[in-house]
Structures are given as structure tokens and as C-alpha cells.
Design a protein around this ligand. Sequence first.
Ligand code: URA
Length: 224
Amino acid sequence: MSNNTSVASQSEKRKRLEELKERMRKDENLPLRKEASNLVFGEGNPDSKILFIGEGPGFWEDQKGIPFVGNAGAFLNQLLSMVSIPRSEVFITNVVHHRPPNNRDPLPNELAAYEPYLDEIIRIIEPQIIVTLGRFSMAKFLPGETISKVHGRERVIEFGGRKIIVLPMYHPAAGLRNQSIKEKLISDFRKIPSIIEKSQKMVERYAPEESLSQKRQIEQMKLL
Ligand code: URA
């Protein structure tokens, strides 16, 4: 699941993510920090092709400082294993990185305060695919859309000068509350492997030089 077209190496990305996390830890202006126990920055492979973006930490995430470790997280893990994607191979984060009190929805000023950090996470990871989980992360990339209309339908967006496929999905917690949403989430997740293939073709189309040189390197290695 590694993003083999990126310029920065995996260790550089890891270092930049650690520095960003430290900056967030020290940022006294983040509106939700006072009532939260821990910063939930995100976790996973810094070089992943796929980035999952949820809403915000709940009780267990706040306790542990790790995203999606409660009931919704257990369901997300099941969905990932259904399509044979190890959780450790993807990167998972949220639109807000501290728990909103009583798990309420994040407010517009809170979303705005955390957004520059989320944008920096995206720039560092350089994903080919962003899977949005729930309406808040969908709204960041597809403003004005409704999740019931667009879930499971990928869209190409431009972010930081790169083309990225955005795949909006319902939030796993919504799937746990409602059987029909659960079925939609399962069928939307099943589309991920073919979208990974599509994204690879897109990279080859938009970065032909790099993919050609990768192909040459592979050919040369075969000759050694
Ligand atoms: N729900 C989210 O949106 N994010 C988490 O990290 C956990 C639950």
C-alpha cells in the first residue's frame, strides 16, 4: 500500500509527521485541547497510498491518543480486513484531533482551527486516494454534497497541485446504528481495490516521466 511515486522517503515523511505532531501538541490555540485528555494526531504508514479521514476522537480515542480504537474502530478494522488491507498499511486521521465534549459534532471554528494541520498531514503523506468517513470530512473535499447521494462514488480533486481520488463513505459509527447504512458501507469498501488500480493508472498518466523511470528501473533490475 506504499506510495511509490512520492518524492520524500518513508523515513523523511515519518520525521515530518513527528515534527508536525509536536507542533500540534504545543499549540495552545487549538480550541478543543483543554477538555481533551490526549491529542489524536493519526497513525499508520506515512507512505500510504490511502488516507482515511474520520470526524474526531471519541472516548477511547481520547484515552489512548489513537484514532478509531472504539466500536467504530473495530468495525473499520473489519471493513479493512474484508478487502485484505492491513490497518498498519494505511494512514488514519480525523478532521479534528482532540475530542469534542460529549462527542458532539465539531463546530465550524473548530474545523477551521485544525484544518491547516490536516492539510499538512495530506501534503506530507501525498496519498493517491482519500477515503472520507462521515459528512464532516466529505464536506472538506466535496462541499455542498450530501453523503446519501455521493457515498461510494469516487471523484478526482486537485490538492496542493496533485490529483487525488476522493472516495466518500458513511461513518462506520452510522453503520453500527443502521443496518442499511452498514450494507452500503460494506459495498462501498468493496470498491477500494479497483480504485487503487485506477489511482495507479492516474499516476502513470499524470506523472509519465516518473512511472517510466520506475518501469526502466524495474527492467534494469531484471537484467542484473
Ligand atoms: N470516530 C471518528 O470519526 N474518529 C475516530 O478516531 C473515532 C471515532
